[in-house]
Ligand binder design. Structure first.
Ligand code: NAD
Length: 378
């Protein structure tokens, strides 16, 4: 359908087109400057994500925008989006190699999703990388003979067996794993190798475009002085490190991952059994429901085994899931009894427990919802 226009409207639209073109020119200029910054960061080994610089830059642009009668939030949103693109392009330039003397990096399971991402990051940082895959065990001794580091990134349920199967490593070789659980793999690595050992859990999927602002959990193993270079390297890639003991990590993961994935799994199962019409649900969905549906739906676009492993490998999952069921039944009783007052009472109780986080989450999710709405295709 051709939109009705008028001469005045056409003239204004032409001026808007010209402003947009000028904006494109400015963005191109900015991109060129960012590329120069990336080159300097690469040479000097500076992290691609500089939180203090980003925060002070955004604060300045917000107040400048306000003084010009522009919405500070609009400017912040725009700049954040532009900076996200910058982090991705800075990655293409490559990264400084923190440990120039390290022998080859051997990635066990390097043909997989996360192993592949780390292989790429090490290569972009100038380290020689070798893969040790399922069919390479006959050649394993030769592959690790001069290794500076062996990184284990295989499915959770075979991790301990794979670590036990490793041939003897050079005494100063660093043994690291990326498993989503930490206690058992760390214990297996400490048992298998007398040299430096480190447990890592990247808290992101292999599909991230850049590590900027992502979190990597660090569980100390043995001889920390021999893996500080790796922690520095990960920081240069843009990630934030969070140190925790393996026990703390596994307990937190129980709630952060295992239970959340399990409830999403049950909700997906429920939608299927109810014969929900997703097309129709989307038509009725405002951004928040769309986002919630997307969070459940994206689980089923991924590898069932990875999620099964995360859920089943945690010894506490069954007890936690039973507690969850108890709470569901408690809430169901309110419904059966038509007890709205009881619902409100518990609601207030939980809201009190969330405290300031409730407001913070409302604020953060409002921004996410606006973005989700902007990127809607239907
Ligand atoms: P994946 O299935 O994509 O890759 C696993 C790789 O290991 C495959 O290439 C497979 O061939 C290889 N492999 C399996 N058995 C092997 C063996 N005996 N010897 C050598 N190689 C073997 O899995 P993934 O998603 O990359 O996960 C790998 C690890 O990373 C897991 O421990 C997982 O918990 C952790 N992790 C994954 C993600 C993610 O989003 N994918 C995020 C954080 C942590």
């Amino acid at each position: 359908m051709v939109e009705p226009t008028s001469v005045a409207l056409d003239a204004l639209r032409q001026q808007i087109d010209e402003s947009d073109k000028a904006l494109l020119e400015i963005l191109r200029r900015r991109q060129q400057l960012v590329a120069q910054v990336g080159t300097i960061k690469h040479q000097e080994g500076l992290p691609i994500y500089a939180p203090a610089r980003e925060a002070s830059m955004l604060a300045k642009r917000r107040s400048e925008a306000e003084a010009m009668g522009l919405s500070p939030q609009l400017i912040e949103d725009l700049l954040r989006r532009i900076m996200r693109e910058s982090y991705i392009s800075e990655k293409e330039i490559g990264f400084k190699r923190v440990n120039p003397d390290l022998g080859p990096v051997v990635i066990v399971g390097g043909g997989g999703k996360l192993g592949g991402l780390f292989a790429q990051l090490f290569q972009l940082s100038g380290y020689p990388v070798r893969l040790l895959e399922q069919g390479d065990w006959d050649n394993a001794e030769a592959l690790v003979a001069d290794a500076g580091m062996v990184l284990v990134s295989v499915p959770i349920d075979v991790t301990e067996a794979v670590i036990a199967k490793l041939p003897p490593l050079p005494a100063d070789c660093l043994l690291v794993d990326l498993t989503s659980i930490k206690q058992a793999p760390l214990a297996a690595m400490l048992k298998a190798h007398a040299g430096p050992v480190l447990g890592l859990h990247p808290m992101f999927g292999a599909d991230v475009a850049s590590l900027a602002k992502q979190v990597v959990v660090v569980c100390e193993g043995r001889m920390p002085e021999q893996y500080q270079w790796l922690l520095e390297q990960i920081t240069i890639w843009g990630a934030r490190l969070h140190h925790a003991s393996a026990v703390e990590h596994d307990q937190a993961m129980q709630l952060v991952q295992a239970m959340r994935h399990f409830t999403a799994f049950v909700y997906g199962m429920h939608l299927k059994r109810e014969h929900a019409d997703i097309e129709q649900l989307l038509q009725f969905s405002s951004p928040i429901y769309r986002l919630e549906l997307a969070m459940v739906g994206r689980l089923f676009a991924q590898d069932a085994n990875l999620y099964a492993d995360i859920i089943f490998s945690q010894p506490d999952t069954l007890a936690r899931a039973r507690h969850y069921l108890d709470r569901y039944q408690q809430a169901l009783a309110l419904l059966e009894q038509g007890d709205k007052a009881g619902f409100n009472r518990i609601f207030a109780n939980v809201a009190h427990w969330f405290g300031d986080f409730a407001e913070q989450f409302q604020h953060e999710s409002a921004n996410m919802l606006m973005m989700a709405n902007d990127s809607r295709s239907v």
